[in-house]
Design a protein around this ligand. Structure first.
Ligand code: GDP
Length: 478
């Protein structure tokens, strides 16, 4: 594990040049792009009066306890599985079938909740965690945010349709992430189903199934007729055993946000996949740039629970705000520490934003004026869940033409805040509230500044309205 001088400086919020100077004094002259070994990095951190803390794996941050879990503390944990595959090959049906099987096996009247992930028991009694958002977009996005939560990918291929572009993309994504693939050959109940053809085509993508002397497991299933599901769960259990997935359940919890939203009755709610340790009611935590205390934990069956161990997905109540999918939740010892880490992460996030894109108003106006003959249609988007915000951004981007472009100035999950309104006032952009409203302060400023809100709860109503406005901007002659 190593880090460049510049990256370390960035994480310590120090000047790179100061680190280079210090390294020179320490007798190891280095350039800003040089990699530092662990020892030198730690020495530098202490030299600059910071504590060595790794808030999460591979993250030299601010640390409160011993980092490495001794092998003796590690216990087996459930594998985390993402289902991928071409559109209409049956990803959703398979997720539902697997979940349904579990409900029948569970208590009568058990109501499954969609919290973004759920657990299923395999025939041998072990657990499997399924992430509820199929497809490689969510998978890749989580990876881009540094959250590699998936242990195993199930590639769904319809036996009557064979390998398709998105199947091949999914293979590429799983391979890039170094995640093993199990192939679920679906729709074997259909006339014209040809599982053998699928196995042969997989060869072209270096997936050699067991029948052909390789080590890739494949299972023939029908999500519709609910056949082969136990076999698939068995295959997952086998793969998990080979991988020896382990975590220490007896430590302060660390987890990843799978999805987060602002719930009307319950406030900010996040589904956390516990990575290690055990998350308990009452725990104080930092989650992305938010902090809080666990008020309640709710499992995928809608039941309140007291604690959640490694690989368990749980809804967490008690957050100060809505975090982002992919954010890390870390339990800390007290509120002072929580605030410290949250502030630190906020600074980091701001730094990252300023590096990635100039968000000064000048910069934004320049960008708006950019292509002189293309009319810009600026918007600010706030929604109750990150997922719908992303869907809206995608839908609006599709409305852009050669003459007029939609420009999303800011988007995110959570209530409409003063900062959204200030930006809207400065840029004359309307604010789209998808199942969210402005807070009182934001409303006051909006009134004063004549900021326009567009409230919607159906995406196509929203796109219709924007399309009409865009046509209006272009004028009657077109
Ligand atoms: P997704 O786009 O990959 O999530 O695919 P869906 O789960 O939405 O399934 C697409 C269509 O295929 C739906 O009409 C399903 O009813 C159908 N389907 C899914 N699994 C099976 C199966 O095992 N057999 C048959 N005959 N149809 C299936």
């Amino acid at each position: 594990e190593s880090i460049t001088v510049a990256e370390l400086a960035n994480r310590m919020a120090e000047k790179t040049s100061d680190l280079v100077k210090a390294l020179f004094k320490m007798g190891s002259p280095s350039a800003s792009t040089d990699l530092l070994d662990q020892d030198t990095a730690e020495l530098l951190v202490t030299e600059f009066g910071h504590e060595i803390i790794r808030v999460s794996e591979g993250d030299v941050d601010i640390r409160h306890d011993e980092d490495i879990d001794d092998a003796e503390h590690l216990k087996p944990r459930a594998p985390v599985v993402t289902i991928m595959g071409h559109v209409d090959h049956g990803k959703t049906s398979l997720l539902d079938a697997l979940r349904g099987a579990n409900v029948v096996a569970g208590e009568a009247g058990g109501i499954t909740q969609h919290i973004g992930a759920y657990q299923v028991k395999t025939p041998d009694g072990s657990q499997v965690t399924f992430l509820d958002t199929p497809g490689h977009e969510a998978f890749t996005e989580m990876r881009q945010r540094g959250a590699n939560v998936t242990d195993i990918v199930i590639l769904v291929v319809a036996a009557d349709d064979g390998l398709k572009p998105q199947s091949i993309e999914a293979i590429a994504h799983a391979k890039a992430a170094g995640v093993p693939i199990i192939v679920a050959i679906n729709k074997v109940d259909k006339e014209g189903a040809n599982p053998q053809r699928v196995r042969e085509r997989l060869l072209e993508h270096e997936l050699v199934v067991e029948e052909m002397g390789g080590d890739v497991q494949n299972v023939e299933v029908s999500a519709l007729k609910k056949t082969g599901l136990d076999k698939l769960l068995d295959a997952i259990a086998v793969q998990a055993e080979i991988m020896e997935l382990k975590a220490n359940p007896d430590r302060a919890a660390e987890g990843t946000v799978i999805e987060a939203k602002l719930d009307k009755g319950r406030g900010p709610v996040a589904t956390i996949l516990v990575r290690r340790g055990t998350l308990k009611v009452g725990d104080i935590f930092v989650c992305g740039a938010e902090s809080g205390r666990v008020r309640a934990l709710i499992d995928d069956q809608g039941k309140q629970i007291k604690s959640a161990g490694p690989s368990m997905p749980v809804e967490v109540l008690g957050l100060g705000g809505v975090p982002m999918a992919g954010d890390t939740l870390t339990v800390v010892e007290n509120e002072a520490r929580a605030r410290e880490v949250a502030t630190y992460r906020q600074e980091q996030a701001t730094r990252k934003r300023t590096v990635q894109a100039p968000v000064s108003l000048e910069g934004m106006f320049e960008a708006l004026a950019d292509k002189a003959n293309v009319i810009q249609f600026p918007v600010i988007i706030k929604g109750d869940v990150q997922g719908s915000v992303e869907a809206i951004v995608n839908a609006l981007n599709k409305l852009s033409t050669d003459e007029i472009r939609v420009r999303v100035l800011q988007s995110g999950a959570g209530a409409i805040t003063e900062s959204d309104v200030t930006l809207a006032a400065a840029t004359k952009a309307p604010i789209i509230g998808f199942n969210v409203r402005p807070n009182a302060k934001a409303r006051d400023i909006a009134k004063r500044e004549n900021v326009r809100f567009m409230y919607h709860d159906v995406i196509y109503h929203l796109t219709d309205e924007i399309r009409k406005e865009m046509a209006g901007e272009l004028g009657p002659e077109r």
